[in-house]
Design a protein around this ligand. Structure first.
Ligand code: PHB
Length: 361
């Protein structure tokens, strides 16, 4: 029987165990939107995870949607992330970077020259974000022109290259939680005509081009992808045919030799099986040759159970890793878990970030 504590390979990346740290926005980037010394400590403390998926990180200045989130588009940011990857590697861990473009989930005050956010559509989301003035409605976006999309793909390619230069073991393309790539995928948002709107094939085109560019740049074995077929996060409606849409996406990316497919089951940070909905995640797995990673509120025993049932290859934990830097040991030894404190989740200093205790040696 496979255990959570057995090693596994995600493509070219060798994991010591199957307890993965999920990507978590912590909003503590310092000047220049780069990780600072506290962020180095935070990830070093969690290096016993089989794999750390570092927080969602902007591929370009236009990709930002919240105050205090880091980027991977300047030389200064690459150098700062190198401190993080060196610390994790010195502690024996593995770490990939999540590549993020928020699309319309942003506010002009966060963008270059007060620009409008960009998306597949010019319709605003009914959502809010954190700006220098606090919790604010997102701004109305501008629909990208088709001739701007090659530049966007290029931003993903460069960000992937920057991540490798910063010492990451790979990248995860963030195509989940209703940010830019999912704003193209879903017919509830994408109201375009032309090659990037309309049919499933057209709505998936941008994501597939991004995956092709990233894997060509750094190799499929160092590239993962995150999807969330059934989330209504950011007040975004589901697609009209989620199973057909995401089956198609996975079928199209399958030949790229990706390291892993990471699925947020159900509502992000909510229930994995929302009432009145159905989605068969096993179909995605059956079409995907790499490792299958799931996430969303799993306890250690639930994780072991889906692993024992051979439904998944590994499980990612978010909230449990915020509160328990030594989560792997606590699960392995069935030790009590620290309780998460809500304050300090987003922004602030050391409190709620690097002050959660590990068990005594
Ligand atoms: C957030 O900042 O709240 C956030 C970021 C990325 C996600 C989900 C939530 O995928």
């Amino acid at each position: 029987m496979t255990s959570l504590f057995d090693p596994i390979k995600f493509g070219d990346i060798a994991l010591a165990n199957r307890v993965v740290m999920a990507p978590l926005t912590r909003s503590r980037a310092i000047d220049g939107l780069k990780p600072g010394p506290m962020t180095v400590d935070y990830y070093r403390q969690r290096a016993t995870a089989g794999l750390i998926i570092a927080e969602a990180t902007q591929i370009s200045p236009m990709a930002q949607g919240y105050i205090g989130t880091p980027g991977i588009h300047s030389e200064e940011q690459v150098a700062a992330w190198r401190e993080v990857t060196n610390a994790v590697h010195a502690a024996g861990g593995k770490i990939v970077l999540q590549l993020w473009h928020v699309g319309r989930i942003s506010h002009s005050s966060l963008l270059p020259d007060g620009a409008a956010p960009v998306s597949s559509t010019n319709r605003a989301a009914n959502a809010k974000t954190f700006t220098a003035d606090g919790y604010s409605d997102v701004s109305t976006p501008r629909a990208l022109r088709d001739d701007e999309l090659p530049g966007l793909v290029e931003d993903y390619r460069k960000a992937a290259r920057n991540a490798i230069e910063a010492g990451f073991d790979g990248v995860e393309v963030h195509a989940a939680n209703t940010y830019l790539l999912e704003q193209f995928l879903r017919d509830s948002v994408n109201d375009r005509s032309g090659p990037y709107g309309g049919s499933i094939q057209n709505r998936a085109r941008l994501l597939i081009e991004v995956m092709q560019a990233v894997t060509k740049e750094i190799g499929g074995g160092r590239t993962g992808i995150r999807l969330s077929p059934m989330t209504t996060f950011n007040d975004t409606a589901l697609d009209s045919a989620p199973q057909a849409l995401y089956n198609y996406v996975v079928e199209q990316i399958a030949p790229l030799g990706l390291a892993y497919l990471h699925v947020v089951e159900g509502e992000t940070g909510g229930v994995r099986q929302p009432a009145g909905t159905s989605f068969d995640y096993a179909v995605l797995r059956s079409r995907f040759p790499g490792a299958f990673l799931v996430n969303n509120g799993f306890s250690g025993s639930e994780a072991q159970s889906v692993l024992s049932d051979k439904l998944v290859d590994a499980v990612a934990f978010g909230r449990l890793f915020i509160a328990n830097p030594d989560l792997v040991r606590r699960l392995r030894e069935s030790k009590p878990l620290n309780t998460l404190r809500e304050e300090g989740m987003y922004g602030g200093g050391a409190e709620g970030y690097i002050d959660y205790p590990a068990l005594p040696a």
